[in-house]
Design a protein around this ligand. Structure first.
Ligand code: ATP
Ligand code: MG
Length: 181
């Protein structure tokens, strides 16, 4: 039996939206990693230049491991820091083409610089690379650009059940960087 599924990806790829529907469908607990970090006071400070919260990853990792080891049931963890923690049975990276991600990010009150940084991270597959570094072949990455939330949940259920696999290395948005210098 699986104990922990981590859903990660660049901001606005749909982690929270999808994980809420997924955890309802699987009838399991959902832990939002950002909330967990705030509730447990794992914020080390605010990044001077970029203005985002710097999280104590070691403390977060320890907390996540503790939760998993004390739970006999499946838990979905979602958040762009989830893949930096240990203990997942599956790490799933949601990927969204930068052109589509751009319009979602522009819907938030992010600065131009923050939008650009996130688009570059998505184009370069930063979350996937970080997750692969830690988890290797246990990582799946799925291009969800064209999929509805319900479609994504269906695909994720298949991945979790082992009916489908999405090996890393097939999604390449580097062209976007070249056309958007
Ligand atoms: N499959 C989808 N199709 C269209 N829009 C979507 C889809 N999934 C999510 N969205 C929309 O994209 C926006 C971002 O979604 P969401 O907040 O779930 O992203 P997130 O990955 O959790 O972001 P963050 O890392 O900042 O928490 C929301 O407005 C949501 O409604
Ligand atoms: Mg979210």
């Amino acid at each position: 039996m699986k104990h922990a599924i981590f859903i990660t990806g660049t901001p606005c790829t749909g982690k929270t939206t999808v994980s809420e529907v997924l955890s309802d469908k699987l009838n399991c607990r959902l832990i939002k990693i950002n909330d967990l970090a705030l509730e447990n006071d794992f914020v080390l400070g605010i990044d001077d230049k970029k203005g985002y919260k710097v999280i104590d990853i070691d403390a977060l990792d320890e907390k996540v491991s503790e939760i998993i080891s004390h739970s006999g049931e499946l838990i979905v963890f979602e958040g762009h820091l989830s893949h930096l923690c240990s203990g997942a049975d599956n790490v799933i990276v949601l990927r969204v083409h930068p052109d589509v991600l751009k319009s979602r990010l522009e819907g938030r009150d992010y600065s131009e610089a923050k939008i650009r940084e996130n688009l570059e991270a998505e184009a370069m597959g930063v979350c996937t690379a970080e997750a692969y570094d830690i988890y290797g072949e246990e990582v799946s990455e799925i291009d969800v650009t064209e999929l509805s939330v319900d479609d994504i949940v269906e695909v994720l259920s298949d991945v979790i059940d082992g009916r489908k696999s999405f090996d890393v290395g097939h999604i390449d948005y580097m062209d976007w960087l070249i056309s958007n210098p």
